[in-house]
Design a protein around this ligand. Structure first.
Ligand SMILES: O=P(O)(O)OC[C@@H](O)[C@@H](O)c1c[nH]c2ccccc12
Length: 279
């Protein structure tokens, strides 16, 4: 077990993955994979998550996250209405949305994903701790257009396997890294289109935008020649933050906390993006 040197607690990712395994086992008992797969034909059509990021007039383009709570910050907003927040993001000019589906640690749900899919036209990322193929099928049946894969919790072979299934279902994979070693593992996989650099260290929850800058500086040439779109994730608050990571080479940003906490979400999105573009 990896022990966090600051809090002497087990690594939060380990705790989440342990719990996730039980969750998936329970879901498989309630609805076997074969039965879930049968629901695929009734799933909403896939929208192109990557094209939406690339074609967005905002630089960087915005993936706005529907996030109620997190292990590091607790509850972010009392009057949390996922559909209303998603619609405000859309009206404000987000290119795509990210919807947290983890219940225990982030107070999210697959119902949120389904409901948002009914009321919003933007492509949706299923923000989940994917450890089992089952969750990928579940994401698609709930209307996801993209799925997060976290390099830190998946071995290379599994990553490659999951990527293949995600693409077969017509979705995109956002593959998340935090270190250069993880990025190098991911660059060796086939069919990598979209990489997320998480600025948050999940051992001590510190956030540093230079994580994006450092990784991009070191692997810019390779990322460019592979045609990979880079998303800078977490800890972004101001238009200066957006300019900083855009200049470092990120085409998109993934923002949760700083937008969810606003009283007027639509306005906050608009002003963040406008100022980001002027800078
Ligand atoms: O709320 P923030 O600091 O803007 O971060 C959003 C997003 O990057 C963060 O929620 C996140 C990044 N990677 C994750 C993996 C799982 C759950 C959540 C995340």
């Amino acid at each position: 077990m990896i022990i966090n040197p600051v809090t002497t607690k087990p690594h939060i990712l380990e705790e989440i993955v342990l719990h996730k395994k039980q969750e998936v086992a329970q879901m498989r008992r309630e609805l076997p994979l074969i039965a879930l797969q049968k629901q695929l034909t009734a799933a909403p059509a896939v929208r192109n998550f990557l094209a939406a990021l690339q074609e967005s007039p905002s630089k960087p383009s915005l993936i706005a996250e529907v996030k109620k709570a997190s292990p590091s910050r607790g509850l972010l907003r009392d009057d949390f209405d996922p559909v209303a927040i998603a619609q405000a993001y859309e009206r404000g000019g987000a290119a795509c949305l990210s919807v947290l589906t983890d219940q225990k640690f982030f107070q999210g749900s697959f119902d949120n994903l389904r409901n948002i899919r009914k009321h919003v036209a933007l492509p949706l990322l299923c923000k989940e701790f994917i450890i089992d193929l089952y969750q990928i099928y579940l994401a698609r049946t709930a209307g996801a257009d993209a799925v997060l894969l976290i390099a830190a919790i998946l071995p290379d072979e599994t990553l490659q396997d999951f990527l293949r299934v995600i693409h077969e279902l017509g979705m995109k994979a956002l593959v998340e890294v935090h270190t250069l070693a993880e990025l190098d593992r991911v660059l060796k996989l086939d069919d990598i289109r979209l990489v997320g650099i998480n600025n948050r260290n999940l051992q001590n929850f510190t956030v540093n935008l230079e994580v994006t800058q450092n990784l991009l500086t070191q692997r810019q040439a390779q990322l460019r020649s592979y045609g990979i779109t880079v998303v800078s994730e977490s800890g972004l608050y101001t238009s200066e933050d957006l300019s900083f990571v855009a200049e470092a080479g990120a085409r998109a940003v993934l923002i949760g906390e700083s937008l969810v906490k606003q009283t007027e979400i639509q306005k906050a999105v608009r002003s963040l993006l406008q100022r980001g573009n002027r800078a």
